[in-house]
Design a protein around this ligand. Structure first.
Ligand code: CO8
Length: 258
């Protein structure tokens, strides 16, 4: 499908979705969010896709929601249309793993979009921030909630109250990103991580995603119970037999997603 604001490529079982509004540093406007949600839903239903990467340009992953588009809206407008709410939350319903490969600015809605992905690989030039305070508003899709759970209250308050940017090294120390790679190697490194995931049993992969995400929604006791039941349930799969047999026979496992 042809899109106006994103580019989708499928290679080696990986869907690479590139945000593509260079004139606005990939600011998230209504069209981009619609197109991103459709591309993700399509990738989730495409049997040829086993892992998804969302990326931007070298200068910007996304510099936030499109300020030009929303500046003149009233409270009634944004409340009635639930500005970006339900549409962007669709990302969190995707069952396949999503990696955010972040180079340059990931600000406001851009930082929040990256946090909606399953993990973030950052280029050395990445800059994260929640600068909505400078516009007289606050974060709207996770900057005060997901960010606080990920990096803790003190840093989340600092980011949201001062609007300062965090560089890649600080983001890695704070646990916001899983790894930092040289800027020129961002896509190859993200593709390599995605290929590793694509090789695994997809039943186990989806179960990992469900179980880790459950840890954000429930108590430790309930989460541990969910994890244990998931662990038990995977013994009903052929992939568990294959994975353990392959280990014992000192060979590579051939998973069939069954
Ligand atoms: N919206 C619209 N246009 C933008 C945005 C944006 N968020 N960011 C940059 N642009 C445009 C600029 O207006 C400029 O366009 P033009 O050349 O036509 O004037 C072009 O991109 C290049 O930008 P700059 O000239 O400013 O580039 P610099 O390298 O000087 O600065 C910065 C880069 C620091 C990233 C700067 O552009 C900036 O501060 N951008 C705004 C960042 C920001 O405040 N983001 C938060 C937005 S609010 C938000 O995200 C709320 C989220 C709520 C829900 C969202 C759901 C999706």
């Amino acid at each position: 499908m042809a899109y106006e604001t994103i580019i989708v490529e499928i290679e080696d079982d990986i869907a690479l979705i590139r945000l593509n509004r260079p004139e606005a540093l990939n600011a998230l406007n209504g069209t981009l969010i619609n197109e991103l949600s459709s591309a993700l839903t399509e990738a989730d239903h495409n049997d040829k896709v086993r892992c998804i990467i969302i990326t931007g340009s070298e200068k910007a992953f996304a510099a936030g929601a499109d300020i030009k588009e929303m500046s003149q809206k009233s409270y009634v407008d944004v409340y009635t249309e639930d500005l970006f709410g339900a549409q962007i939350e669709a990302i969190t319903r995707v069952r396949k793993p999503i990696i955010a490969a972040v180079s340059g600015y990931a600000l406001g809605g851009g930082c929040e979009l990256a946090m909606m992905c399953d993990f973030i690989i950052a280029a050395e030039n990445a800059k994260f921030g929640q600068p909505e305070i400078n516009l007289g508003v606050v974060a709207g899709i996770g900057g005060t909630q997901r960010l606080t759970r990920i990096i803790g209250k003190s840093k989340a308050m600092d980011m949201n109250l001062t609007g300062r940017f965090m560089d890649a090294a600080e983001a890695e120390r704070a646990g916001l990103v899983s790894r930092v790679v040289p800027t020129a190697k961002l896509i190859p490194e993200a593709m390599a991580a995605a290929r590793k995931i694509a090789e695994k049993s997809q039943i186990a992969v989806r179960t990992v995603k469900e179980a880790v995400n459950r840890s954000y929604e429930t108590t430790l006791r309930e989460g541990l119970l969910f994890e244990r039941r998931a662990f038990h349930a995977l013994f009903a799969t052929e992939d568990q037999k294959e994975g353990m047999a392959a280990f014992l026979e000192k060979r590579e496992a051939q998973f069939r997603d069954r």
